[in-house]
Design a protein around this ligand. Structure first.
Ligand code: RIB
Ligand code: CA
Length: 304
């Protein structure tokens, strides 16, 4: 069992990551903390609670973290995730409220028994490390080796809080980075959507509705035919690392560039002479990934 605290900004793909973590027997989802990113903190927190309600779960505490990035104003992604942050499906009302603890304090209590999975901006994680968090490792969906998405240079999670991303990568904690270069190999194609539709449960039907909205947004904004489902790759790597491949690289984050703020600079050729500080995933067995996700969705009986 891998004990996980998941810091997320639900968000369509965060929702799939939560459902995978809830349902796979090798993951002990000890807590969810929420960050501002895809939407405001209030909305991402409400969304995390609604995804738990969809799964019929009241045993995973949700704690809200910071409402703003470390030093910059918040930028949200309503163009991709909608005004609620989870547009596209009628999710049930929460079965519980957030537990009132500070999400940063929850993350700060992470010790060597805990893996922090981060699928949003790293604001909470950076603050938790400043407060003494010493997790076993951090698995982060964020950054890009090549093209960004929110700008040509920067991936969204790194762009929203580049100072936090830079701090986490410089903290000396083991980091596995799951960049866009990997997650764009994991698109919800028509074949994947048909397999989800065939499950026929409330959970699967809700996920299908979310992915169809996500697809419409990716077509409109990026001209991509099908949406890359980024965040569950973090959980899938913990479950089945054999499905993935990567390399140890030195990674830093641009925090001052006029056009490159939030760019994750991945030193593929070792030109900067710095020791590696992240394991950067670039290869994945996409079929194996989707088999894992679909099996988990099919196991969710979920709320009626
Ligand atoms: O750039 C993709 C990442 O930003 C994903 O985690 C998505 O949910 C958003 O947070
Ligand atoms: Ca996310």
């Amino acid at each position: 069992m891998t004990r996980v605290v998941l810091d997320c900004d639900p968000g369509h793909d965060d929702a799939v990551a939560i459902l995978l973590a809830l349902e796979h027997p090798s993951i002990d989802l000890a807590a969810i903390t929420t960050c501002a990113g895809n939407q405001t903190l209030a909305r991402t927190t409400a969304n995390a609670l609604r995804v738990l309600a969809l799964a019929g779960r009241t045993d995973v505490p949700v704690s809200a973290g910071r409402a703003e990035p470390l030093v910059r104003p918040l930028v949200v992604a309503a163009d991709i995730h909608g005004e609620t942050g989870l547009d596209g499906a009628e999710l049930p009302a929460p079965l519980a409220a957030a537990d009132g603890r500070d999400g940063v304090a929850v993350l700060a209590s992470a010790g060597p028994e805990t893996t922090i999975v981060a699928t949003g901006p790293l604001t909470n994680v950076a603050a938790a490390l400043q407060q003494g968090a010493r997790p076993r490792r951090i698995v982060w969906m964020g950054g890009a080796i090549a093209l960004g998405n929110v700008t040509p240079a920067a991936e969204f999670n790194a762009y929203v809080d580049p100072e936090a991303a830079a701090a986490v990568l410089a903290a000396g904690v083991e980091v596995t980075m799951v960049p866009l270069d990997l997650t764009h190999q994991l698109c919800a194609t028509p074949a994947v959507q048909a397999r989800i539709a065939a499950i026929g449960t409330p959970v699967a039907d809700a996920v299908l509705g979310l992915l169809r909205f996500f697809e419409t947004a990716y077509r409109a904004v990026f001209g991509l035919p099908h949406p890359p489902v980024h965040d569950p790759a973090t959980i899938a790597w913990l479950i089945a690392p054999h499905l993935f491949g990567g390399d140890d690289r030195f990674v830093t984050v641009e925090t001052t560039g006029e056009h490159t703020r939030g760019m994750t600079v991945v030193d593929v050729y070792g030109r900067l002479g710095q020791p590696p500080n992240a394991h950067v995933l670039t290869r994945v067995d996409a079929d194996g990934f989707w088999d894992l996700v679909l099996a988990a969705l099919a196991r969710h009986a979920g709320a009626a």
